[in-house]
Design a protein around this ligand. Sequence first.
Ligand code: NAD
Length: 454
Amino acid sequence: MKVCVVGTGYVGLTTGVSLAFLGHEVTCVDLDQHKVDMLRAGKCPIYEPGMEELLAEAAPNLSFTTSYAEGVPGADVVFVAVQTPSAADGSPDLRFLRSAAESVAQSLDHEFTVVVNKSTVPIGSGNWVDAILRDSFAQRADRPAGVEFAVASNPEFLREGNAIADTLFPDRIVIGSDNPRSLEVLNRLYRPIINQTFTPPTFMPRPEDASAVPLVSTDLASAELIKYAANAFLALKISYVNEIGQLAAKVGADITEVARGMGLDQRIGSRFLQPGVGWGGSCFGKDTKALVATASEYNLEMPIVKAARDVNQRQRAIAVERLQDELRILKGRKIGLLGLAFKPNTDDLRDSPALDIASLLLARGARVRLHDPIAAERFRREQPELAPHLSETLDGVFDDCDAVVLVTEWAQYLELDWSKFVGLMRNPLVLDGRHALDGDRMRRLGYKYLAVAG
Ligand code: NAD
């Protein structure tokens, strides 16, 4: 099928490259000329394991452009995967989506095109995009006859760092539309994934337990709500274990053991029960905020979701409190932060806990040294105020340091030869913000080991 993807960020690029790999003819449109130039040269503008390899394998079916006129005409499906950041009042800022929809309408010329909201958009956005498309199309002096289109929602559940596997071997695919033909088209588009009939990329074998992928084919509003409800649930699972972690710390229980004991119950499940400094990234914060904002439009409170947000914010402050309790005075202390990306295997810094922790420490007069194996370059560009505190080397972090905080559990830190660094520190205190290090081993190596909770 002929596909156009608007926006080549984490979501759009993964969608476009994966669909081209599956044999669809894909054109990706992005207004960012630099990104398009990089992608045309086979270079990936984001850090995403496997993406450059998949780009190479999908290349015969894939092109990149800044022009909608090269992507939209003739497309059976147009995915819109632009960013939807939070506006000042917590509701999603839909300016990018509006502009993309207006531009799509200028180039629609096919007998039937499904325009798919792949971005995470508030409930009701499908209708809103439909209205923008119809208004913009109607105003076209050159509008061709016999053109039909309909809007669908196809929320994205990929995890950065695991984006390709999550797309080719997903837990489920959700499509929603009030137009039955749109659902048929999307069903056909995703058949190879649903039935798992494609040959996997050379570098990514099909998981042994991979089986047919459940398809949830529903109405527009339900698909839109599924995305928010799922994200908020994952967020509150993390906040729940962190709240229990605070009690564990008071009563002398080990939160890691508590989480393990809980997670083995199949009704609960062990994933997203990892205690620590909490969630970050571009989605959980924004989507929980948007859910609360949408509910308030309908005069509904969302106390559970609100509490999950508060607990998450508190975790970042608790990391600083733990250091304060141990070091007594933070002024003048040198504190190293290991990990700036919001989670391992991505260079995404959006709403990363490290940003708040660094700022809180600086506000209390501490000196901070920041390190990340992959995201440092992006950090320098995106965080100019904090960038002077970056350290290129681990020696530069540990040297004469009063405490080191593991903020992002990169494999590089977990597999570090920690014995080499203990002697460099003025005070060998390690605060494990992810409960990811072996505390007993760290103590044997001479560190004072603390975890954020428990
Ligand atoms: P992103 O910021 O990485 O990418 C957005 C891209 O859209 C950018 O390259 C930008 O240049 C481009 N763009 C903006 N306006 C445009 C326009 N009018 N025309 C063409 N291109 C335009 O964003 P992302 O992380 O990929 O997220 C996209 C959406 O998907 C958001 O709604 C997000 O909430 C949702 N989502 C993200 C993830 C994730 O892990 N990142 C997961 C699930 C859902």
